[in-house]
Design a binder for this molecule. Sequence first.
Ligand code: NAP
Length: 782
Amino acid sequence: MRREPACGIPCQIRFAPREVLLQCEPGAFVMSEPLFNRIAVIGLGLIGGSFAAAARKHGLAGSIVAGSRSARTLEQGIALGVVDEGSQDLAEAVKGADLVFVSTPVSAMGKVLSALKPGLSRTAIITDGGSVKGNVITAAHASLGEHYSRFVPGHPIAGKEKSGVGAADADLYRDHRVILTPTEATDPAATARVRAIWTAMGAEVLQMAPDYHDQVLAETSHLPHLLAFSLVDTLARQGDSTEIFRYAAGGFRDFTRIASSDPVMWHDIFRENKAALLQSLDLFSDGIARFRQAVSDDDSDALMGIMTRANTARAHFMAMNERTSYTRAHHSGDNTTMTDSTILQSKSANPTFVVTPGGRLTGRVRVPGDKSMSHRSIMLGSLAEGVTQVEGFLEGEDALATLQAFRDMGVVIEGPHNGQVTIHGVGLHGLKAPTKPLYMGNSGTSMRLLTGLLAGQAFDVELTGDASLSKRPMERVASPLREMGAQISTGNEGRPPVRIRGGQPLKGIHYDLPMASAQVKSAVLLGGLYAEGDTSVTEPAPTRDHTERMLGGFGYEVRREGATSALTGGGTLAACKLEVPADISSAAFFLVGASIAADSELTLPHVGINPTRTGVIDILKLMGADIRLENQRDAGGEPVADLVVKAAPLKGIEIPQELVPLAIDEFPAIFIAAACAEGDTVLRGAEELRVKESDRIQVMADGLAALGVDHEVFEDGIRISGGSFGGGEIQSHGDHRIAMSFAMASLRATGPITINDCANVATSFPGFAQLAAHAGLNLEVK
Ligand code: NAP
């Protein structure tokens, strides 16, 4: 069956994808060479039709043929221009095809593959779009014989409630995920070619094991469909169902939308993925029983616990689905339409900052709450007795990871709403075993401090993180905690995941910190809360003391003498009210920006000026910066002030050793100040910088090199010769502080600076782009 030319142009030309596109859809993206000569789509419904239409739109096939049991479907497909020709004989349909895409119901695949096999060419690649993988692979193994090694099982995570080729959509897969589940027998070259065609259709291709696929899909797709069908059916069975549906509001419509999906297909999926579906249904039944119990017992804490956890978890996966940062989903709910205040946020998962030269910083800029204190407020509030109220909490990804971890351990936490968090503390021994590993995202602070805090719990726990966190050293905290009696194992080369065995009695120790690290000091002290006797830590140089101060704020005595902090285990924490000051690490970018940009004058209100954190102010002042501390006061044990900074000529200095640990997070910004200063700035003794979110010495050096700034790298530091510099392209390697520092460099650059990989800016400074642009930076987010 072939389509007759309706336009007077000969058939081959009319239906060759390139020509169709060039004539009919000017501007559409077309491959210069098709990826496949001939694609056969077997089962021309929504999924198959959309595959054919996308292949056509992007010029991915020389010709496209359909195989279907129904002549009507083939006629419709040809009439719609989705395929060139078709056959009801499946072996005939696949003849000469170098790619065969099977998209029939899963239960029919065995039969369909057997039917088409006689027509397969020796090198044809076969793939499918079925929603269940285990059974399809079994069927393919039984049916395909020698062709089985070129069978690449796949599943596009895209669809509609409509079926049939009439619903085909060339853009169905664009910006959607496709999961490939090759087996050990699958030829990697075949997998690569299937990956290439999905990618060319605009999809993001993931790869996973078939069993895992079926389990994940059972939980995230098959179970929700089953519940939607079940809810509507349950209500419809009631005598007064018409009345019920008449008053059903938007919530009901939203929840049951997927019950409009094709019953035949879902019947097929439920049966084909029976084992995994039953497993997730059992899990859900337990969950609903817990919910029922909480309602029946009027257990307000349990109810709030379930719902606040669910709320945050949903924000998290909405963010992942929308390929945006956690924080954005958190603030905007489901709605991807940005409000005016968020226009500077990119729709991209990993935005790029483009900053053009010039500008000056003026006005008042309130930077977000302190990250270190936000983390600790959740930790100590959760372990306190009573309800702790926090204000000024930083709603960044790192602190939210800590918050989620405590929710996962059964703590009821309300918020954050505009920086306000209410924590229903469970006491030092009230945490519950989480049901899965605690995911710390990108946050080293969360992982290291929690390792200490969880070392003395009664339950086992595993801490995991994202790719970048998974490369960071964890032995530095595990090792002293082991000395206390903890059983902790770390992954390869002492990196995450961190596994902690519960029920180990801890004993207080004295620990001489081998490096100046507030995280290690805090982990040991937090472990000490659970230890018998005294735990003390001596640091080689002063580091942040927020843990000690905040423990004091929660009524837990910490004895401090010189470089040593000590506490006695077995006490209690009392809930309190906390106001988190603005983060001096976030203020640092603006301190540098306003110092280097002529005519700048900026006020940064309510910034924490804890003496263990003000190294950046001291260093910038030594370089000649004009920074004034006004309105100094105390906020919950932490000193705060309004910082006023004016542009000033900077000069290079040798950074005093004693200031290095006090400015450790601020060095990327200080390096930019150094690049704008007259003469050389030399930093030594800062090897710690190499194990931050990135190797900050090397990554900053690479960035400075890209702008043409003269510098010399040392193992423990850098020399930077100030002067004028140009624009260039910076790789931030996902390090938020590197990205924000180079954004400020544009104030003095002679050309535009493009900064890649800026998604993690949200980890410490949500809203940075808006605030910086508001203050006068020429910044665009792409
Ligand atoms: P669809 O629109 O109903 O199309 C199914 C196609 O398969 C039709 O062309 C139909 O042919 C053919 N077919 C049905 N029963 C058959 C049988 N027993 N033997 C041979 N051919 C048969 O369904 P779809 O939504 O495209 O789904 C196709 C596949 O994609 C399924 O495996 C499904 O699990 C998977 N999938 C679906 C979605 C979704 O949201 N819809 C998403 C991802 C994956 P006729 O037209 O001749 O009847």
